[in-house]
Design a protein around this ligand. Structure first.
Ligand SMILES: Cc1cc2nc3c(=O)[nH]c(=O)nc-3n(C[C@H](O)[C@H](O)[C@H](O)COP(=O)(O)OP(=O)(O)OC[C@H]3O[C@@H](n4cnc5c(N)ncnc54)[C@H](O)[C@@H]3O)c2cc1C
Ligand SMILES: NC(=O)c1ccc[n+]([C@@H]2O[C@H](COP(=O)([O-])OP(=O)(O)OC[C@H]3O[C@@H](n4cnc5c(N)ncnc54)[C@H](O)[C@@H]3O)[C@@H](O)[C@H]2O)c1
Length: 479
């Protein structure tokens, strides 16, 4: 067994791990970064980038579907599934290549291969070949898709987002289980690319939305194009040759059997903490098996161990993983001098169309602890001028502010160009702007941001009267 002694050992060479490694090295600590799987990060290999490449192809196909609405008739649409998937893989490999270059820029002796597990609070064993004694440790092991027990071992037709981007061709039909971010992004993209898709939700949730009004608008907007089956549970499945027979049960208890080429599981991701010997680390674990940690410092309890990225299950997003990694790496590098790092206003965007976005305090968080004490403003995009011009007039934005201070708190939306509106509003929240200050900002014409102004005006009126009398049909006609 090879033995090593280091200041900092980072477990996982994903976005959080690479960020932690750089930050610890910058503190002058002798640091190694350990990896059991392929280099390249989840984001570049099977996450953010390939999913957005598939969505980009779907957007192109959808533009052709929209064109007749403008009096433009592009002729017969033909989707070459092989060409679609080839571009996805080729561009994905390009992004992965950049990550690999980055990893290769780390000194060879700092890059250790193997599956790490704790054998004591300061010791890690890598497979059966290396033992590392580390003064401090960063856990940055990411997450993996959850496989429902009733679909385990069924056959090759049961897939997750880890498999989709390696398809050579688009399949004929897919059942998507789960209407979270992955289910909706991939389900809508595949639908727009001509795949017969059905989405099954055990409840009625969509992506990260918690505001019932926005959720209602999202259900309405997405149901116009997607086969959404709410309140429907997966009972079981059987691989039958090239197809899977999927059995589901609806709210009335009626069981249905349908055949699909693939069943795509999008039922959440779990932190990669199993098989890591956490019991030997001395850390206190919370009910969901994640070590108790401080989200300002990433420190687990008062220990020398830090946890970053999807592994800590706080907000499993790329930008968070990078921030967590930096904070964890800096603190591990200069331990015991542990300091809070920069945490930004929470921002989540699902790249559905219309985009679904939430930022700042969610409706659910604001309602926690009893009667809501915040004001709400809203706008429907149905009659919003520029959205209607572009034939993208679907969805709703709801904005929240604090009574008294009039400080802007957060928003939930489904709407056109939501990714940009969400940034604008997240920046306002982080700058602690009040609603009157936001309304003093410039608004051009005709732009979708005028819809944001309508919602903010509604919010200002409700703050003034301490009511939430918003008209669901409130709209901005674009004149
Ligand atoms: C389909 C999909 C789409 C997504 N789209 C977006 C998006 O649009 N925007 C966004 O912000 N986020 C998106 N995400 C989420 C984002 O990809 C993740 O939040 C982010 O990549 C997590 O980074 P990480 O460093 O925590 O984990 P990872 O990049 O997964 O790195 C963890 C690494 O640790 C290694 N490892 C695990 N256990 C051990 C061990 N015991 N020993 C050694 N090594 C180990 C793993 O092999 C892995 O390489 C998406 C995710 C998916 C799946
Ligand atoms: N655009 C983005 O930023 C983006 C895109 C993709 C993924 N991600 C990240 O990846 C994470 C994982 O995505 P996800 O969509 O897998 O998880 P999710 O938590 O967003 O959604 C999981 C869905 O599965 C459903 N579900 C759970 N158990 C089920 C069961 N037994 N039967 C039926 N349905 C069940 C849930 O109700 C929910 O709708 C996200 O939380 C997000 O942080 C982000």
């Amino acid at each position: 067994m090879k033995k090593m002694k280091v200041d900092v050992a980072v477990i996982g060479t994903g976005t959080a791990g690479m960020s932690a490694y750089r930050a610890a090295v910058a503190q002058g600590a002798r640091t190694v970064v350990i990896e059991s799987g392929p280099y390249g990060t989840t984001c570049a290999r099977v996450g953010c980038m390939p999913s957005k490449l598939l969505i980009a192809a779907a957007d192109a196909a959808h533009m052709l579907d929209l064109a007749p609405g403008f009096g433009v008739h592009p002729g017969d649409k033909r989707i070459d599934g092989r060409a679609v998937m080839e571009r996805v893989r080729k561009e994905r490999d390009r992004f992965v290549g950049f990550v690999l270059e980055s990893v290769e820029s780390f000194p060879l002796e700092d890059r250790i291969r193997g599956h790490a597990r704790f054998t004591g609070p300061h010791t890690l064993q890598l497979d059966e070949h290396t033992e590392i004694e580390a003064a401090r440790i960063v856990i940055a092991t990411g997450s993996t898709p959850v496989i429902l027990p009733q679909l385990q071992g069924v056959g090759p037709g049961i897939v997750t987002s880890d498999d989709v981007f390696d398809w050579d061709d688009l399949p004929g039909s897919v059942a998507v289980i789960g209407t979270g971010v992955i289910g909706l992004e991939l389900g809508q993209a595949l639908t727009r690319l001509g795949v017969k898709v059905s989405l099954f939700a055990r409840g009625g949730s969509l992506a990260q939305l918690s505001d019932p009004e926005v959720l209602g608008a999202a259900r309405h907007a997405l149901a116009q194009e997607l086969d959404l089956r709410f309140q429907t549970e997966v009972v079981g499945a059987e691989q039958q040759g090239e197809r899977v027979r999927l059995t589901t049960r609806d709210a009335r208890g009626v069981e249905t059997e349908e055949h699909f080429q693939y069943v795509l599981l999008a039922t959440g991701r779990a932190p990669n903490l199993h098989g890591m010997g956490l019991e030997a680390s001395g850390l206190e674990l919370t009910a969901n098996g994640v070590p108790d940690f401080d989200s300002r410092t990433m420190q687990c309890g008062t220990s020398h161990i830090f946890i970053a990225g999807d592994a800590n299950n706080e907000l499993p997003l790329l930008a968070e993983a990078a921030d967590h990694g930096k904070i964890a790496g800096e603190n591990a590098g200069r331990y015991p001098d542990v300091r809070p790092g920069l945490r930004r206003t929470p921002l989540s965007i699902a790249f559905t169309e219309p985009n679904i976005a939430t930022l700042g305090k969610s409706y659910k968080a604001l309602c926690a602890g009893g009667r809501p004490k915040f004001a709400i403003g809203q706008v429907s995009f149905v009659n919003q001028g520029r959205s209607r011009v572009m034939l993208q007039n679907k969805g709703m934005l709801r904005v929240y502010a604090e009574y008294g201070s009039c400080r802007f708190l957060g928003a939930e939306m489904i709407g056109p160009r939501g990714e940009h509106l969400a940034h604008l509003l997240a920046w306002a929240a982080q700058a602690h702007l009040t609603v009157p200050q936001m309304l003093d900002m410039p608004f051009y014409h005709p732009v979708i941001e005028e819809g944001v102004r309508t919602a903010l005006r509604d919010l200002a009126a409700n703050l003034a009267t301490r009511t939430n009398h918003t008209d669901a049909a409130d709209s901005e006609p674009g004149t």
